[in-house]
Design a protein around this ligand. Sequence first.
Ligand SMILES: NC(=O)c1ccc[n+]([C@@H]2O[C@H](COP(=O)([O-])OP(=O)(O)OC[C@H]3O[C@@H](n4cnc5c(N)ncnc54)[C@H](O)[C@@H]3O)[C@@H](O)[C@H]2O)c1
Length: 356
Amino acid sequence: MSSVVVITGSAGLIGSEAVRHFTGLGMDVVGIDNDMRGYFFGADGSTQWNLQRLVKEVGARYTHHNIDIRDRDGLDRLFTELGSNIGLVIHAAAQPSHDWAAREPFTDFDVNAVGTINMLEATRRHAIEAPFIFTSTNKVYGDTPNSLPLVETETRWELPEDHKWFGGIDETMSIDSSMHSVFGASKVAADIMVQEYGRYFGMRTAVFRGGTLTGPGHSAAELHGFLAYVMRCVMEQRTYKIFGYKGKMVRDAIHSHDLITAFEAFHRAPRVAEIYNIGGGRFSNCSHIEAFAIASEITGLEARTEYVEENRAGDHQWWISGTARFEEHFPEWKLTYDVPAILREIYQANQEMWKA
Ligand SMILES: NC(=O)c1ccc[n+]([C@@H]2O[C@H](COP(=O)([O-])OP(=O)(O)OC[C@H]3O[C@@H](n4cnc5c(N)ncnc54)[C@H](O)[C@@H]3O)[C@@H](O)[C@H]2O)c1
């Protein structure tokens, strides 16, 4: 059986968790990451620390390549070398922030959309049998979730219990006629192309549309990394800016470990051209107000927040992922972390790095 896993964004939150997981299963992992997160978000965002930690931890089963996913020839050379030894591709490198995308729309599109077709084409040419997993986003639905009939409670916005999506929004929500942000639109392009390489070329591709993905491997920066940045601000006594919706916007959060076990399930029984909404669902979700209360309780420190009336363009007021389709296809998969468990782990893992 082919045993090399190619992982892009391998120094990032999701990529690094995937490296640990698949090397742990005895597979060889080839990682692609050029620390472009440092370019996007400055020193807070650099993933160099995570890469160094990773290399120390996993040893010889991991090989790193500093390739830019926009570099078609570089990817082609690597895929030519690895060829049909590739048993799985996980494409998690991206420009991940919708605020940042508007600063440099060409860069955002080149990384997110063109980088994805570069990866698809390299896989089709050299390892067409390998399942191809893409980390898409719930932002492909644009701001359509904001038209849901939300009601205000003391600490959060909420859907009425009898609403069909109370348990989470499923994949039937339209991706059309809404504001996506420049980032959401570049991810839509990539998302559709991954589906197309499944439908058109018969490749076993899967699009995972994540809600908030989180975990201790996140290089928490103001523009990206919700729960990690909440915890970082409380621990370092930085002021966190909350944008709009009275601090009651709801996010579901999935720990990177739980996402990677979903990827493993797909790898073991791959299907063609699937899309899955994936996230913490009803099991793991919170509003900003609730997240800060939990973080304060864990750290024993007061949170410093500043409220900005205007919400971020295209931001969701309420998002809980409906994961029923994935659970139906992979009934053995289970979420193991809820929000307090995630925040506790982020706190414990970053005691050395994040000090007041
Ligand atoms: N974190 C979330 O909340 C979230 C939510 C939904 C979807 N996603 C998606 O999941 C994926 C992974 O997110 P993450 O949180 O791990 O992000 P991350 O920023 O932690 O990791 C991405 C990695 O990709 C690398 N990278 C960026 N551009 C590159 C390029 N041109 N060439 C090579 N490497 C490059 C970065 O240096 C970084 O290490 C992304 O596609 C993101 O859009 C994330």
